[in-house]
Design a binder for this molecule. Structure first.
Ligand SMILES: Cc1cc2nc3c(=O)[nH]c(=O)nc-3n(C[C@H](O)[C@H](O)[C@H](O)COP(=O)(O)OP(=O)(O)OC[C@H]3O[C@@H](n4cnc5c(N)ncnc54)[C@H](O)[C@@H]3O)c2cc1C
Length: 465
């Protein structure tokens, strides 16, 4: 067995500071019907759906603010089959299975894709607003990614958070779940131990717990264990993405799958504390290397793009787009791009020659590449489709720094969002939703499936617990 496979096979808890499994307290400090861990899209959707059934619900969030990566996200939500689009859930599902290399659970994919349109409408019923027309964001073949009217992921947290509070959900910040109480013989989950400000308290979850703790992109130790070749990269995850839920679930007997699949995306340098992206719309940008040459079809999935970038001389590559693309971006993204320009991280140029100079790439090569990239009106070049967009000045460009973005591995769940053990049997009282789920995306995630899967399965967990 290779070292990596061996490490991956070792239980995660071996790498974590070990706590003695807590035996259930005689008297619980708090009691609720449902306890949700994490306050991103998955956690809030679960809490709201459970509260709508008349259950008492508490959300515990370890960060000092709600939202997790859902709040940080660009906010794109995939839904096929909404009126006016030819695209259907079955097309969405087919694309996921193809990209996932068959490592996703087809039944879960079916449930997810069929629930996306209804969940989209549910969000609208909570007051969330989206732009009318869907986008084709990178990694996707169809126009099925809807952008919220509010900047980035703020709309989800606003709509779900407000509705949850109105429904009587208790949301407590700065509360870290550190252990799960369960009956060792039956594995039935009873409650959770929460730490806040150096003190701990036990919380009984009469119907169960929903793990909605997100991914592990911010956990260097887990990245070294599961994706050592990527562990030196920076990440753009929320600080809370430390895989706590993975650890708690494994301790409760859950099966972790696809842990080696970690998504990388182009981004800016670590020196700036915000996310900059010129590459979200594949039809509207060109990628070139340090020689000024195009090297990939920009419409490719994230894995293909990431690998192609890493394979360039010195791993150096640039994204080039035009002003129209920048000015039609999300308002916060525009702000960040302008800030980055002033910080010298993103460049703007009046023509291709100036762009070459600012990027320090060979001028003639870049001019040749861009002329070729926009040759013809609609035709193909050998590297991919034409890019008429790079004809219109001013041009914007950024040097690509790859980031760890989303982790794809985690617990195996069934169609009711119940967490399964290694034999495929549901662990009584344990549910999961969102990025912690490992059997939905498979090897590669379709852009726009992160937020949608968090809300879809959060809702399913809340309806079934
Ligand atoms: C920069 C960026 C942009 C993205 N853009 C998109 C996009 O446009 N569309 C898309 O579909 N996907 C996007 N994604 C991916 C998507 O945001 C996530 O996959 C999804 O939002 C995860 O939702 P979640 O509810 O599972 O987790 P999160 O929203 O991350 O919430 C998990 C919460 O759990 C908390 N937590 C963790 N451990 C504990 C603990 N022990 N106790 C209590 N709380 C805990 C965390 O602090 C966090 O607040 C993006 C990701 C990033 C990083």
């Amino acid at each position: 067995m290779k070292r990596r496979a061996l490490l991956a096979a070792m239980p995660l808890l071996a790498a974590m500071p070990m706590r003695v499994l807590a035996s259930a307290p005689e008297i619980w400090d708090r009691q609720y019907d449902v306890v949700v861990l994490g306050s991103g899209g998955a956690g809030l959707a679960a809490a709201l759906s459970a509260a709508a059934r008349g259950l008492t619900v508490a959300v515990f969030e370890k960060n000092a603010r709600i939202g997790g990566d859902t709040l940080n996200s660009s906010g794109f939500f995939n839904a096929a089959g909404l009126s006016g689009t030819k695209d259907k859930p079955i097309d969405h599902a087919r694309e996921m299975i193809e990209l996932g290399e068959g490592l996703n659970d087809p039944e879960l994919v079916r449930i997810f894709t069929e629930n996306c349109p209804g969940t989209f409408k549910w969000l609208q019923s909570l007051g969330m607003q989206f732009e009318d027309k869907p986008y084709k964001i990178y990694g996707t073949k169809e126009f099925r990614s809807y952008r919220p009217n509010r900047p980035r992921g703020t709309g989800y947290i606003h709509a779900l958070g407000e509705a949850s509070l109105k429904a009587g959900v208790s949301i407590e910040l700065g509360c870290t779940a550190v252990d799960i109480y369960h009956v060792p013989e039956t594995r039935q989950v009873l409650g959770v131990l929460i730490e806040k400000d150096g003190r701990s308290f036990s919380v009984r979850a009469r119907r169960g717990i929903v793990l909605a703790t997100g991914g592990f992109g911010a956990n260097a130790e887990m990245l070294r264990r599961y994706a050592p070749e990527l562990s030196a990269l920076q990440h753009d995850s929320t600080p809370g993405a430390t895989g706590d839920g993975h650890r708690l679930a494994e301790r409760a007997g859950a099966d972790l799958v696809n842990m080696q699949f970690v998504e990388i995306v182009p981004g800016g340098p670590v020196s700036i504390p915000y996310v900059i992206r010129l590459d979200i719309y594949p039809d509207r940008m060109v990628m070139v290397n340090a020689r000024g040459e195009r090297f990939v079809d920009e419409r490719s999935d994230r894995k293909t793009l990431g690998e192609a970038i890493l394979a360039q001389p010195g791993g150096i590559a640039y994204t080039i787009t035009d002003n129209e693309t920048v000015s039609s971006s999300d308002i916060l993204d525009q702000k960040y791009l302008h800030q980055a320009r002033h910080a010298g991280v993103v460049v703007r140029a009046r023509n291709w020659a100036e762009l070459a100079e600012k990027l320090s790439v060979p001028r003639h090569a870049l001019e040749r590449t861009l002329a070729r990239a926009c040759a013809g009106r609609t035709g193909q070049t050998s590297e991919g489709p034409c890019r008429r967009i790079v004809r219109r000045a001013p041009f914007w460009a950024q040097k690509i720094e790859l980031h760890i973005h989303v982790t794809l591995g985690g617990v195996r769940i069934n169609s009711k969002a119940q967490v399964l053990d290694k034999n495929g049997v549901p662990i009584s009282g344990l549910y999961a939703a969102g990025e912690i789920v490992g059997n939905l995306h498979g090897a590669v995630r379709l852009g726009g499936n992160g937020v949608s899967s968090a809300v879809v399965f959060g809702r399913i967990a809340g309806e079934n617990i």
